[in-house]
Design a protein around this ligand. Structure first.
Ligand code: ZN
Length: 668
């Protein structure tokens, strides 16, 4: 249910010193920098010391992960794959001056397209604006060998896709009142209107079904020749068959090295689902996957998160392969084993609480590969599966990816953020000391407990909050985390050593929600992304309800807006109060109240403050968005060809990796 996206943490960790020591300084975390992006590298600590079998399991799972790359590109837009091919052909063969203005602009654009898995910004959803000339691309296209040039008709459309700002301007449009399907550039629907699709799914919903599949999760919706609405299924023999067959091959190889029979069954079921495309099988797989808590190695591979579908139905393809970080997992195990205590003490109405919280499995993991929708921009915490009834009756798995958070932290030292935005030395010291650990705890609480807490009243449609559902769900999980970060219970459980530590997190959260996250919004635009809306909603609500009593204020000091928190305990009470209201909205399916909250607090940007933030950021050299290159894995073999080891390497730069992936993993 979550993507606590890259930039969030990049921002949150902007300058803190870690509470735990950073690894050797000779490791180059920063790999590339262009446009509004910084590309980092992450380490995979302890990989070397895993047993060979686990290394081989990870190796084959990483191959299965990388093999799905083209699926996501095509889901994002039907023109992305031919566009990538054209751009890479030119990028690789260009023989002119690579320092010329046109080529430099072209290179930036290619890097942006790689980063976004397509021609639309991964976060703002807006189409990129190329800074090179049309004639440059014309010339370079004609200079390619004939067999590497697109056909005339494809070329025309690609040039329109690159240069015409009015053509497919938005990846996912969320603007109320418009046809969200017709105005979104994603390739999940064709020839159908929003109304038709909504009616289609409405007719398929069976309100008496206690275990409904997630309709549309693995399909593209089109009209057939008779004008009837049909779903095209992503499966072996269906849509994306070529890519999915190869994923299945790698999964089959991985299965050889499964750690235990249960894990082998998980892989078998996933393969079976990829062959049938049957969502009942996906549910069976999800239940088996949730039940696999003994294995050290774990993975996600499939159509998972539906943020890139304007209607929130179809899952974007993604994969993350990981293994448990045993030391750090102690933290989430403590939280998980106290889940019922947290539920029972939550500041929401008794009627909306769970009598019995179902098995929350929480662990801290080390990512071994990021792929599909999780690459290069990646979440730092994940909580799956997304199916409501499976979560209710079988629980969910929740993870914090600590080698990713560690890389963000290590890369952000000395960038000047604190000096600019946190004038109070006491707050700054608290952040230096406690921000890294409280951010990790925030993610743990958000993922392990927040999303899983509370319940719907009987008969309430889980989709009742419609387009505002994601924002309010993220707000619910964040508020749960914020409320409990300040609870003495955390000190009692030994998760933190100071009752004041939470203040670092509170200050940074409100600073981000009220001010600094605006640096990722273009002037004149609204806040659209669900996690950003959530943070703005919470922060603006707390400011609105706390400023008259002086609890939280925004003041101008020497022309700069400064956030002050004067009563942290009162802020916690406000978080608790808002949590109660958001939970009520969710539990009762109160769409009108949910919409009012979002519209009032989460969307509109104060243009003066926005300009000020952008100006202040312009003086710092902080990239608004960050993502990662993966390590490379290589199997070593003896003379008989038997594997003897798997080596992890960190030598690739960003274009090298992207071009290699296109060579090795092109499937569509
Ligand atoms: Zn979340």
């Amino acid at each position: 249910m979550d993507k606590f996206k890259t930039a969030t943490l990049a921002m949150m960790l902007a300058t803190c010193s870690p509470a735990t020591p950073v690894m050797a300084e000779d490791f180059n975390y920063v790999v590339d920098r262009f446009a509004d992006i910084e590309v980092l590298r992450y380490k995979v600590p302890e990989f070397e010391s895993l047993p060979l079998r686990q290394k081989l399991l990870i190796y084959h799972l990483t191959e299965a992960a990388l093999t799905g790359r083209d699926i996501l590109w095509d889901q994002n837009n039907r023109l992305n794959l031919p566009l990538r091919q054209l751009l890479e052909n030119i990028y690789s063969s260009y023989s002119g001056d690579r320092n010329s203005e046109d080529f430099k602009a072209f290179e930036t654009y290619v890097k942006q397209v790689w980063f976004a898995n397509g021609n639309h910004h991964h976060y703002s959803m807006d189409k990129f604006k190329p800074a090179f000339s049309r004639s440059f691309l014309e010339e370079q296209t004609s200079a390619l060998p004939a067999d590497r040039q697109p056909s005339a008709s494809v070329k025309d459309e690609l040039f329109r896709y690159v240069f015409d700002p009015a053509f497919m301007p938005k990846k996912v449009n969320q603007e109320a009142g418009q046809d969200l399907i017709l105005t979104s550039a994603v390739n999940l629907y064709e020839g159908v209107t929003q109304k038709e699709v909504e009616q289609y799914y409405e007719a398929r919903k069976d309100s008496t079904d206690a275990t409904p599949v997630m309709h549309g999760l693995n399909t593209r919706v089109v009209k057939d020749t008779d004008g009837k609405i049909v779903e095209q299924t992503y499966k072996v023999g269906g849509l994306y068959s070529e890519a999915i067959s190869r994923i299945v091959d790698h999964l089959t190889q991985a299965r050889e090295y499964a750690e235990n029979p249960h894990q082998a069954t998980v892989i078998d079921k996933l393969i079976s689902y990829y062959r049938s495309g049957d969502l009942k099988e996906f549910d069976e797989y999800s239940i088996l996957w949730v039940g696999d808590t003994d294995s050290r190695v774990d993975f996600i591979n499939g159509f998972i998160e539906s943020y890139d579908d304007p209607l929130g139905m179809t899952g974007a393809w993604e994969s993350i392969v990981n293994f448990k970080n045993l030391d750090a997992s102690r933290r989430t195990e403590i939280i998980g084993s106290n889940a019922q205590w947290f539920e029972d003490h939550s500041p929401v109405d008794q009627r909306f609480r769970k009598d019995k919280v179902q098995g929350v499995t929480a662990k801290v993991i080390t990512a071994a590969i990021l792929a599909g929708d999780a690459y290069p921009a990646t979440p730092i915490g994940i909580n799956l599966p997304n199916s409501n009834w499976i979560r209710a009756s079988h629980g969910s798995k929740s993870v914090t990816i600590e080698n990713i958070t560690q890389a963000y932290d290590a890369a952000s030292h000395g960038n000047g953020f604190n000096d600019e935005f946190v004038p109070d030395t006491m707050v700054r010291n608290l952040m230096d000391r406690y921000l890294f650990i409280t951010d990790n705890l925030h993610t743990d609480l958000h993922e392990c407990l927040g999303h899983g807490s509370g319940r719907l009243l009987p008969g309430v449609d889980p989709d009742a909050l419609k387009a505002h559902g994601s924002t309010l769900e993220e707000a619910r999980a964040d508020l749960f985390a914020l409320y409990y970060l300040a609870d003495p219970k955390l000190v009692e459980l030994g998760l933190i050593d100071s009752p004041d530590a939470y203040k670092a997190n509170y200050y940074h959260y409100l600073l981000n929600g009220l001010m600094t996250q605006l640096m990722r919004i273009e002037p004149g635009k609204d806040v659209e992304e669900a996690h950003m809306r959530n943070r703005k909603l919470i922060s603006e609500w707390v400011l609105a309800h706390g400023k008259d009593d002086g609890i939280v204020t925004l003041d101008k000091v020497n022309g700069k807006t400064v956030l002050s928190i004067n009563d942290y305990e009162a802020v916690r009470r406000l978080f608790g109060q808002l949590l109660g209201e958001v939970q009520r909205i969710k539990s009762e399916g109160d769409y009108a109240a949910g919409e009012a909250l979002v519209e009032k607090y989460a969307v509109k940007v104060d243009p003066m403050l926005h300009k000020e933030i952008l100006d202040r950021y312009a003086h710092l050299s902080i990239a608004p968005y960050k993502g990662f290159v993966n390590p490379q894995y290589e199997i070593k073999r003896d003379e008989a060809g038997n594997p003897t080891d798997v080596i992890v390497g960190y030598s690739e730069d960003y274009p090298q990796q992207m071009l290699r992936y296109s060579r090795q993993y092109s499937t569509l």
